[in-house]
Design a protein around this ligand. Structure first.
Ligand code: MLT
Length: 408
């Protein structure tokens, strides 16, 4: 008899963004003439930068000629891309990361979801609440949690991120082995200073724990004093893995490219306490289960780092940050509290006691605007909603006019 992985039965019926898409589809079917404005899932709407398109075309043209055609690429990604990333994103900021510590992939969702395979089933995991659902759900699938009871899984240490602690997770009271952090945060938009990250790095070093640091939104940081990488913190190379994505940075949600940094110093331990190289494990995992990102996509990604690419990517992000500013101003004028929207494309809005799904329905039904209900990100996500800045300026402006009318 073929048995199912019954850990899947513990999961919520469907993935948050699939749930939302279904509700929106039903609304649209019932209101076929309504122009629905989507500020829910963080999916970019603007075209790829010109420099990226040129890189893409160049890569495709090379594939059209025997002399430059490429078959399977190097497992970790082409050296031209890994070297560029290491120099630009890390060494230029004083973080000593080398090209062979970078693993190019098809995005941060897959990598943050897959990485937990490298750890024992009975480790203790600390996860922020609210949280990007992938971190939690993939650990549920792997059998690291108990049942879902009263909005939370047994055997997970939840770190409440509330207004009272400025949406900043606090060190857990009980000892944990694995810590998920994300800054600028999805969903709250909160950012972390170097001093705040240092607390976590020190904790991990003292407790032989590991930090999985999701920096998918680092390109939105505009304040120079804020760290863009956890490796800007001394000692982080021993205890942290970092995930990056070109999805929101350069409009790659449909193109797919990201990377994960696994420093060679990073160790995990056997049951008897012997050191095991995490880099070696991830390399083994990736070379067994992943065949790399396509050559044209890697060429397109390299173009993100060209002189023109950098100017164009900055302009792209500035555009979304301007949308975020418009959203923040509207929300403030309605007397609602919010966080994020600065150094982040997400605005986390306090619904003042409303259930987050009710707030979602209200905006959908009265304003034809799609947001993301905070409850979908965890118990502490109620009574919040998340509004994303990823849409055209025209749509964001119109959406905010409608929201103003609906909430007045
Ligand atoms: C989000 O809306 O939270 C993100 O777009 C989801 C993702 O990046 O997978």
């Amino acid at each position: 008899m073929i048995r199912a992985n019954e850990n899947y039965n513990k999961l919520q019926a469907s993935y948050l963004f699939s749930d939302i898409a279904k509700r929106v589809e039903t609304f649209q079917q019932n209101n076929p003439d309504t122009h629905v404005i989507r500020l829910g899932i963080g999916d970019v709407t603007r075209a790829l930068p010109k420099a990226v398109i040129k890189g893409f075309h160049d890569g495709v043209d090379e594939m059209a000629v025997d002399a430059t055609f490429r078959g399977y690429g190097p497992e970790q990604g082409y050296a031209f891309l890994r070297e560029t990333i290491a120099a630009h994103d890390f060494q230029a900021r004083g973080a000593d990361i080398t090209a062979d510590e970078i693993f190019v992939s098809d995005g941060a969702k897959c990598d943050t979801g897959n990485f937990q395979e490298l750890f024992a089933t009975d480790i203790k995991i600390a996860i922020p609440d609210p949280v990007y659902p992938v971190y939690l759900d993939t650990n549920v699938m792997a059998g690291r949690t108990g049942e879902f009871q009263n909005g939370r899984y047994e055997n997970i240490v939840y770190m409440d991120c509330l207004k009272e602690n400025n949406f900043m997770p606090e060190l857990p009271k009980e000892k944990v082995d694995l810590i998920y952090l994300c800054f600028p945060n999805n969903p709250t938009g909160a950012t972390a200073t170097k001093a705040q990250l240092k607390v976590w790095v020190d904790y991990a070093r003292q407790n032989r724990a590991l930090i999985l640091f999701d920096a998918a939104y680092e390109a939105f940081i505009r304040e120079d004093t804020l760290p863009r990488s956890i490796y800007e913190i001394e000692g982080a190379k021993e205890v942290a893995v970092e995930f990056r994505s070109f999805s929101k940075t350069a409009g790659f949600t449909g193109t797919r490219c990201g990377f994960t940094v696994v420093p060679k110093e990073c160790m995990v331990f056997s049951a008897t306490g012997e050191k095991i190289s995490l880099h070696r494990l991830w390399h083994r995992r990736q070379s067994t289960k992943f065949n790399g990102v396509s050559y044209p996509v890697q060429r397109a990604t390299q173009a993100v780092y060209s002189k023109e690419g950098q100017v164009q990517v900055k302009e792209l992000i500035d555009y979304y940050l301007n949308n975020a500013d418009i959203i923040c101003k509207t929300i403030a004028s309605l007397g609602l509290d919010y966080v994020g929207g600065k150094n982040s494309p997400y605005i986390w809005i306090d619904g003042q006691g409303r259930d987050s799904w009710d707030f979602f329905d209200l905006l959908l039904n009265k304003a034809s605007v799609v947001c993301t209900p905070g409850g979908g990100f965890g118990l502490c996500g109620n009574p919040y909603i998340r509004i994303s800045a990823f849409n055209s300026l025209e749509n964001v402006t119109l959406a905010m006019e409608r929201v103003r009318k609906a909430l007045k």
